[in-house]
Design a protein around this ligand. Structure first.
Ligand code: F6P
Length: 322
């Protein structure tokens, strides 16, 4: 039977482009005769029944805005069956037959738990960490990458003037996607990510000293937050090399800002695809980008997929850092 009423929510850390995905879900739904409820504050709002019917106008003017107009949260309560049951009751009160969840890994797992209890779910990957393995791309990544890159460029200017080492910590939770690609784009002397073991002397001090001996007077080290201990690494660099070393933790600035074109386009395509899949009567699917195409795969399968190795990119970054 054709789905008539759905809910859409954003969950986990916000990511630029989430609004474009919400807009696409609502407007594609309207085209297909589907009523969409916006659920506030992720799974918390689902438990609390914070539902509001959305129309074409409710999602106008949001495409260019960072963050999420639905608000977001990380819900520990939703991990407990008692609260998922409560959420299920709220869905039945509003006649919600399927849910579109826009978020990262934790949001995917929440959807998996909920679908095992009978709710039809479609998930859309949105996280600046870009660490949903089933998809080549997650909404928000490009904007975060560019926000961090513009900060790296600025920090390199001042490091150049003062002939310092600048150590920059970027976000990514347990993943090194922002670090590796901003390290390459920002010309870092060394990149440290949680996925790869590193040797302090060999992987950080040696490239700095080799650069020094080739006449380089400023150095940039990009570290993913998942490595931990960025401040101590910076102190150790100064102690070992004798070169003044400053440390900047970029933090939440990476999550904000108007989404770049890529995030708006991918989010629009993924939101459109989510409703298309529901309309075709296929449920419990993850929307992904694979071979540059927007496709859907089983959520459980999606969560089992492994990340590609960073070895090649790390070597490339090392060679170009001379
Ligand atoms: O998942 C996105 C992210 O920004 C990570 O990079 C970071 O580790 C985490 O969220 C921070 O989460 P919170 O907003 O809960 O502090």
């Amino acid at each position: 039977m054709k789905i008539k009423t759905i809910g859409v929510l954003t969950s986990g850390g916000d990511a630029p482009g989430m609004n474009a995905a919400i807009r696409a879900v609502v407007r594609t739904g309207i085209e297909d005769g589907i009523t969409t409820y916006g659920i506030s504050r992720g799974y918390e709002g689902l438990i609390n029944g914070e539902f509001e019917k959305l129309n074409a106008r409710s999602v106008s003017g949001i495409l260019q805005r960072g963050g999420t107009v639905l608000k977001t949260a990380r819900s520990d309560r939703f991990k407990e069956k008692e609260y998922r049951d409560r959420a299920m009751k709220m869905c039945s009160v509003f006649g919600i037959e399927a849910l579109v969840v826009i978020g990262g890994d934790g949001s995917f797992r929440g959807a998996l738990d909920f679908l095992r209890e009978g709710m039809k779910c479609i998930v859309i990957p949105a996280t600046i960490d870009n660490d949903i393995s089933c998809s080549e791309y997650c909404i928000g990544y490009d904007t975060a990458l560019n926000t961090a890159l513009s900060a790296i460029d600025k920090l390199r200017d001042t490091a150049y003037s003062h002939e310092r080492v600048t150590v920059i910590e970027v976000m990514g939770r347990h993943a090194g996607y922002i670090a590796i690609n901003d390290g390459i784009a920002g010309g870092a002397d060394a990149i440290v990510i949680p996925e790869m073991e590193y040797n302090f002397q060999h992987d950080i001090i040696k490239p700095i000293m080799e650069g020094r001996n080739r006449g380089k007077r400023d150095h940039c080290i990009v570290i993913a937050e998942g490595v931990g201990d960025t401040v101590n690494i910076a102190k150790e660099i100064e102690n070992t090399t004798g070169i003044r070393t400053v440390c900047t933790i970029l933090g939440y600035i990476q999550r904000g800002g108007s989404p770049m074109a890529r995030d708006r386009v991918v989010a629009s395509k993924m939101g459109f695809k989510a409703v298309e899949v529901l309309n075709e009567g296929r449920f419990n699917r993850a929307i992904c980008q694979r071979d540059n195409k927007i496709v859907d795969i089983d959520i459980e399968e999606a969560l089992k997929m492994e990340k590609a190795s960073f070895d090649y990119d790390m070597n490339l970054a090392r060679v170009l850092a001379m």
